[in-house]
Design a protein around this ligand. Structure first.
Ligand SMILES: Cc1cc2nc3c(=O)[nH]c(=O)nc-3n(C[C@H](O)[C@H](O)[C@H](O)COP(=O)(O)O)c2cc1C
Length: 237
């Protein structure tokens, strides 16, 4: 049995401060992140609910030379035009409101970074940055037990734990960005992170101390309204 988690003292930000303050961080300071702090964050994140409490998730926390080898392998293969080999399904290309939102956040990020629409070299640099895990000192590879691969609950549960993880990180002053870019060349990640054969790679999360001077870190992405997203049924007012 795990010991119950004790909330940190008075310095802890409130729930609202974490939820409203968190944003994806794509520029990091060089300092390493202590392993004990990462464990603390994982312990918080793993309080996430899961289907029948199956907890299908596992984590490979990669830093140092192993992470550098993943960055190099990802960059090399992407520049060489090696087709992506993700281990998760992607649907059809975004259209309509989904495409608009995708473009919306890209515009916000490019504008913050001063990357012009026609500047293909700068845009390519930005994409490569993602393949390098945004040069973060740590990358958390989220995997799940292969035996549960056929259930959509598995992806749902991995999303729950990943969201809890980025919020837990934020509550400790760390920044993170959940991303698919870091695991698009899954053989590279498998080799250098030593992913076990009974695990499927779901996502990566770049993690580290936010670089406050990195312009894209200030971007607050937009959200559709509660009214757009929600149908209330059976209410009097
Ligand atoms: C499943 C998933 C995949 C993502 N993949 C990427 C990615 O490959 N590159 C990236 O820069 N951001 C990625 N993101 C971050 C999203 O762009 C970001 O969460 C979204 O724009 C909302 O912004 P916020 O996190 O700052 O609130 C991903 C997020 C999720 C949840």
């Amino acid at each position: 049995m795990n010991a119950p988690l004790k909330p940190v003292a008075d310095t802890a930000p409130t729930f609202d401060e974490v939820i409203l303050g968190r944003r994806s961080i794509r520029g990091f300071r060089r300092e390493p992140v202590p392993k004990a702090l990462i464990k603390e964050i994982l312990e918080l994140a793993m309080r996430a609910p899961s289907s029948m409490n199956t907890q299908p998730w596992n984590f490979y926390v990669v830093a140092g030379g192993a992470l550098d080898r993943i960055r190099a392998g990802n960059t090399e293969r992407n520049l060489a035009g090696v087709p992506h080999s993700r281990e998760f399904r992607t649907g059809q290309a975004f259209a309509g409101p989904h495409r608009e939102r995708q473009i919306g956040v890209a515009k916000q990020l490019f504008s913050a970074m001063g990357i012009a629409r026609e500047d293909t070299a700068a845009r390519q640099d930005w994409v490569l940055r993602g393949f390098r895990q945004f040069d973060a000192p740590v990358c958390v590879i989220v995997t799940y037990d292969k035996v549960l691969a056929d259930s959509d609950d598995t992806a749902f549960d991995c999303g729950a734990v990943a969201t809890a993880l980025v919020n837990a990180a934020w509550s400790r002053g760390l920044g993170a960005v959940i991303n698919s870019q870091g695991i698009m060349q899954s053989p590279v990640v498998r080799e250098h992170a030593g992913i076990a054969d009974d695990q499927v790679i779901m996502k990566s999360i770049a993690l580290g101390w936010p670089d406050e001077t990195f312009p894209a870190n200030a971007v607050v992405s937009e959200r559709k309204s509660v009214d757009e997203a929600t149908v209330f049924v059976g209410f009097d007012d």
